[in-house]
Design a protein around this ligand. Structure first.
Ligand code: GLU
Length: 483
């Protein structure tokens, strides 16, 4: 087999969404699995909706996910340019060939004429399509339109009574009848090629062997096949991957929460977790294991394990997975990743006063409580915010031994506030007073944090430090005395 080449060809009309990222990923995985190449092309012919900022965001998102491409925009290669608006002379050449061959023609129909035709067909219960009004214009008629200054589009002449068959690598054999399709536009009146035309020219000239893309493009494929045939191009293989649905089985949209890759990045999802999660949207490896690193996914990825049925985006699963990945990170790495979130929070000054050891202790204390990195801010609030007693905490503080335990702890607080020392001290108090561990632990936790639940208490105490710990305990004692 020739070397495999796949591509991701986003339109820069918005940020990179979960669906686009999944398409990019499947292409990337396919290329890496078979030792092929992965190309990035920017399809920016929709001048109104395309923006350079979106292209930038797409590129940043792909890089953040680690989906490096071997050829294309912002990279290298001998088949450029890789941005469609920079390839207009190329499309022009092929449009002229199609016109000369009689496979395409100029169409001067106005919007109003086309709309009337659409309405008519719909009223008769037929699929709206172009019926070929300009198919057989004489030179004279054409000259007349030109003289009136009407800017034509170029339409592809759809061959009648043909069946177009795609042996899709995911969906199997799919057939389309040409008679259901009207002659379609390949060059717009502003001279821009349409998607169906440019994509064929580019995929061929760039040597793409496998087109792996979203299912929504399956219905475009027969039109593309017609162009392949008319230009005597060898067609690539096609694989259309299914839609991604929200957990309510509706098409994914903003209603389902964050949709762009950058939003996930900002919340502190790890790229390695997102890759793992996206890979399982429609693909499944053999076996039950869900946590797979990139190399494992690459080595197991084949299209015959990609499902035809829609994939369901399960945020809870992503959250679980991200937590797993966070807990697998070594603590220095995690500290490095959460630092920016704390630096941008209200706790910036306190964080900057922390020694490196204290900062690592902070991260270690909360790491099991994080779904995503941004959670560090809300989790760490207990360290930095004033005590706000919950009613359960107040109840515990009013227990018969609470005041004594707090006083005892204050009196014997070691100079060195390391978690293991504090643990030892708590044990000693428990023993000396013949209490149950919980009768020491709970009053301390409630007095210091105002809450009955929380992370490891000795670690919290070490984070507060001696002065703040004494202050909090003193405040709680005064409150109890006042009651
Ligand atoms: N520009 C198209 C899109 O973003 C690409 C479709 C294709 O991969 O052929 O949907």
């Amino acid at each position: 087999m020739n070397q495999i080449k796949v591509r991701f060809a986003p339109s820069p009309t918005g940020p990179l969404h979960i669906g686009g990222a999944r398409s990019a990923l499947f292409n990337y995985l396919y290329a890496r699995h078979y030792g092929g190449e992965f190309l990035l092309r920017i399809e920016d012919t929709d001048l109104e909706r395309s923006r350079p900022e979106y292209e930038e965001e797409i590129i940043t998102s792909l890089r953040w996910l680690g989906l490096e491409w071997d050829e294309g925009v912002a990279s290298q290669g001998n088949n450029g340019p890789y941005r469609q608006t920079e390839r207009l002379p190329i499309y022009d050449r092929y449009a002229r060939q199609l016109l000369e061959q009689g496979d395409a023609y100029y169409c001067y129909c106005s919007e109003a004429t086309l709309e009337a035709e659409r309405q008519d067909l719909m009223a008769q219960g037929e699929t709206p399509r172009y019926l070929g009004r300009c198919r057989h214009l004489s030179d004279e008629e054409r000259a007349q339109y030109q003289a009136q200054g009407v800017k034509p589009v170029v339409r592809f002449r759809v061959p009648p009574r043909q069946i177009y068959v795609v042996d899709d690598l995911v969906r199997g054999r799919v057939s389309f009848e040409s008679d259901a399709m009207g002659d379609f536009i390949i060059v717009k009146s502003d001279g821009m090629p349409t998607y169906n035309f440019a994509v064929v020219v580019d995929d061929v000239l760039m040597g793409v062997t496998h087109v792996i893309r979203a299912e929504e493009h399956l219905s475009n494929t027969p039109r593309q096949l017609m162009i392949y045939e008319a230009l005597h191009f060898k067609r690539p293989e096609f694989a259309h991957i299914s839609l991604i649905l929200g957990s309510d089985r509706q098409k994914m949209s903003k209603r389902h929460g964050a949709t762009s890759v950058m939003q996930y990045r900002e919340m502190g999802y790890l790229p390695e977790a997102l890759i793992n999660f996206l890979s399982l949207l429609g693909w499944s490896p053999e076996g039950e294991e869900q946590i797979l690193d990139r190399e494992e996914i690459i080595s197991a990825f084949t299209l015959d394990r990609v499902a035809k049925s829609p994939a369901v985006f399960d945020l809870e699963k992503l959250n679980w997975m991200n937590g797993q990945y966070i807990r697998k990170l070594d603590i220095e790495d995690l500290a490095h990743r959460v630092r920016p979130y704390l630096q941008q929070s209200a706790y910036r000054a306190q964080i900057e006063g922390f020694s490196p050891e204290q900062f690592l202790l902070l991260v270690n204390t909360f790491k099991d409580h994080l779904v995503c990195l941004q959670d560090i801010v809300k989790e760490a609030a207990v360290v930095f915010e004033p005590v706000n007693y919950s009613s359960e905490a107040l109840e515990i503080l009013q227990g018969e031994n609470s005041g004594m335990v707090l006083q005892c702890f204050m009196d014997s607080l070691p100079a060195d506030l390391r978690p293991d020392m504090i643990k030892q001290q708590i044990k000693t108090i428990t023993k000396q007073n013949q209490l149950k561990p919980k009768d020491v632990f709970m009053p301390l936790r409630c007095a210091l944090s105002g809450q009955v639940h929380g992370p490891d208490l000795p670690s919290l105490i070490a984070l507060w430090g001696r002065e703040e710990t004494l202050r909090r305990l003193g405040n709680s004692l005064s409150m109890l005395a006042g009651k």
